[in-house]
Design a protein around this ligand. Sequence first.
Ligand code: NAP
Ligand code: MG
Length: 502
Amino acid sequence: MTASATPKLAEIPSLDAARAFAAQRHQLYVGGSWVDALEGETFATHDPATGDKLADVAKAGERDVDRAVEAARGAMNDPAWIDMKPAARARLLERLADALESSVDEFAALETLDNGKPVRDARNFDLPHAIGTLRYNSGWATKLNGETISLSGPGTWHAYTLKQPVGVVAQIVPWNAPLAMAVSKIAPALAAGCAVILKPAEETPLTALRLARLIEEIGFPPGVFNLLTGFGETAGAALTTHPGVEKVTFTGSTEVGRLILRAAGGNFKRVTLELGGKTPVIIMPDADVTKAIPGAAMSIFANAGQICNAGSRLFVHERHFDEVVEGVSKIAQGLKIGPGLASDTQMGPVISPTQRDRIHGYIRHGVEEGANLHTGGHEIGGAGNFVPPTVLTRTTADMAVRREEIFGPVLCAMSFSDEDLDRIAAEANDSDYGLGAVVWTNNLSAAHQLARKLKAGTVRVNGGGLDPALPFGGFKQSGWGRENGREGIEAYTETKAVAMAL
Ligand code: NAP
Ligand code: MG
């Protein structure tokens, strides 16, 4: 089996504009100017569907990090930014949302070129999420209030709290939803009045570079937003140890999250971490399986499984197990795999040859340990990093495929006979991760009881997705803190208590 080789390119709106943008010279954006990396280095970014080079991009080094931190610190001392009225900050974010909205097709095509995802997914999920996140956080800029406090000590007091921006924030994002991830970090930080240094993943810098052009056109004060394209081990690591950075926010692997936590300790940076997941999907005996089957399938196969809260462990009551496994496998076999630019593609390539090989390594290892390969698992020949949607059965709780984040379209399906909610939850909770959980049931009581018992930052019942208003983050080794919602923006503030003797 090979991936569909004949993309219908003519139908993709703004593809030419995206290609023309990719072909330009890409510099770093520091202090409101486009500059080359001080060492003059660049690196290439590739199309995951073909392996072809898309663009050369400036590679930031340690001295570029110093320069960006200095620019951001300058912004945090610039009255044009720190004294800007909240409504004016809100307006800047609204204008950025408008600008993104008028270029959605170009951004979607650019995301697909760089990341490989089906262009309609970029158009229907990533872009609306990014735009919605800007608008949602723009609304918070004018609502970040402290409170007045009654004190009990001797004397008469006027006491209150202020919510002030935390300062210079380094934001490090991965490649699976590059623009949406970048915006989910930038929007609350800017709404709160911070200055930002964004480091996109080396595999997918292009939409962040395009976004920086919009930010430049809209006219944020210089140094408020800085973009350093480059590598995690160098630019990323230098940001996390830099004494001029007050907070680090990171999305990516638990392994790198651990490194960042250590690095950030030097000057006690505030840290928000969105890390890996191994989300359980539980299908209860009373579930509507006609909805649960496509729900479970897309929970793991969307974005080729490269989603931190992908539903990678499926627990099905024995009453429905065969039907669900057959149904999910049928969907897997029917998914049209191909380049993201082909209009009929439902699953694109994974990001890189390394990730493709890593995913196949997990599948092989699982089978060697005794798992049954029910669907998929085969190598897809030809150019591009394609992996077939794969379903494994007969796994055990100690296998790597059950315990580790594979970050690919690989599902482990298990049956249970229990009706005891504590035991069902305990099995689902048997993981180092705790990012998400999904329950399919029509039993209200079971749904709410499981929602309490599952150790996960987000529990979805009978479907649902991301929303900028819904706090997102992990229990256990899935992270620290929350993004989105009120907590998400408050994480970019420090609380200051003020007490005045009257
Ligand atoms: P990663 O290494 O965690 O990368 C995420 C971001 O961190 C990238 O921008 C990366 O830069 C940067 N980075 C890497 N090392 C760093 C360091 N020492 N200090 C500061 N920043 C650093 O993830 P990956 O290598 O792209 O993917 C590996 C695995 O991570 C995946 O297979 C998957 O399991 C997991 N992952 C999880 C998520 C999630 O949302 N939970 C997202 C992506 C990946 P570079 O681009 O230069 O590496
Ligand atoms: Mg990496």
